[in-house]
Design a binder for this molecule. Structure first.
Ligand SMILES: Cc1cc2nc3c(=O)[nH]c(=O)nc-3n(C[C@H](O)[C@H](O)[C@H](O)COP(=O)(O)O)c2cc1C
Length: 306
């Protein structure tokens, strides 16, 4: 049996064998990785973005490689919340993992509705993806406006007994304002970062590479931005932070803990090595042991800025 005593933690009342989670959209529903990963060893699996109705996603090219990363414009392809509840959730129950459901809406009310529908056994928490446009009201991305991010958080909080995690977008000028808006609206935790908006142009055809023209940048290239934002958020709010953005190995993960994350999530790196999360857990155990640190909790926010 694997000993993860020093990694054990709780976040928003959720018991986690390790503080290493997987980021939404990069790990399916977890079951796809069961041959590579001991799913119960993860702190949780943040499942693919779920919407009220099924979505086909975007047409055309959806993924492109970039230096030290990738860009995607999947367009939230998913089977919809009904199929998730009726088929997926009962099927993945056997893995004994914390299932955190990432939800997206095109109106504030969608988040309330989804949060209410997902207030069922087997769901550990709800993560609000606010990096999508408020189609009903002007098309502004929820996560770039503190009032809208707060409204979405309140709508979800009102309708569920589960912990609500607000996932912040990095496409803002001041992440501290967004983190505070989430905390004040009642979020139990925040997670960050979602992808950074980018664009690539094929110079021969003069056309954008991606079918959606722009896409979300992720992977090692975004890590310094993510670490900075986690640190700023940690200095602003008291609620726990789940840090993510370019984590590919245990050293990257340690950086996020030192910056102020209570847990981390791994995204793009799962595509490179499907068992990377297990290596990160092993590496964190090694780091704590060699530095004679009893618990991962002891290094959260302990960056020495002099
Ligand atoms: C292919 C792909 C699909 C994603 N889908 C979602 C999604 O459905 N909901 C969401 O909140 N974030 C989504 N993300 C963002 C990731 O969860 C994560 O926040 C981001 O990629 C940064 O972490 P990373 O650099 O480790 O990948 C997606 C990312 C990728 C690469």
């Amino acid at each position: 049996m694997i000993q993860d005593k020093a990694l054990h933690t709780t976040l928003c009342g959720i018991d986690m064998q390790t503080p290493v989670l997987t980021a939404s959209g990069t790990f399916g529903f977890g079951e796809e990785f069961a041959d590579f990963v001991d799913l119960s060893r993860l702190g949780g699996v943040m499942v693919k973005g779920t919407t009220l109705l099924p979505r086909r996603g975007n047409d055309g090219v959806r993924i492109t490689e970039t230096p030290q990363g990738m860009m995607n414009c999947i367009g939230l392809e998913n089977p919809g919340v009904d199929v998730f509840l009726k088929e997926t959730l009962p099927r993945i129950e056997k893995y004994k993992m914390n299932v955190i459901v990432n939800i997206s809406g095109s109106a504030v009310e969608d988040y309330g509705e989804l949060a209410a529908m997902l207030d069922v056994p087997g769901v550990a928490a709800i993560e609000l993806n606010v990096s999508c446009p408020n189609v009903k009201d002007g098309g502004i991305v929820f996560g770039t406006d503190p009032k809208m991010a707060a409204a979405v958080t309140e709508a979800a909080k009102k309708r569920t007994s589960k912990p609500v995690i607000l996932k912040l977008s990095p496409n803002v000028s001041d992440i501290k304002v967004m983190a505070k808006a989430g905390e004040d609206a009642g979020a139990d935790a925040i997670s960050l970062i979602n992808t950074l908006m980018g664009m690539e142009i094929n110079i021969e055809t003069r056309k954008p590479t991606l079918g959606n023209i722009t896409g979300g940048l992720s992977g090692p290239c975004v890590r310094p931005v993510a670490v900075r934002m986690v640190w700023e958020a940690h200095n602003t709010v008291k609620i726990p932070i789940i840090g993510m953005g370019g984590i590919s190995n245990w050293r990257d993960a340690v950086e996020f803990f030192l910056a102020g994350a209570s847990a981390v999530a791994v995204g793009t790196a799962n595509f490179v090595d499907p068992s990377v999360t297990m290596k990160i857990c092993d590496g964190l155990n090694f780091y704590l042991k060699t530095h004679k640190i009893k618990s991962i909790r002891d290094i959260v926010g302990k960056v020495d800025i002099g």
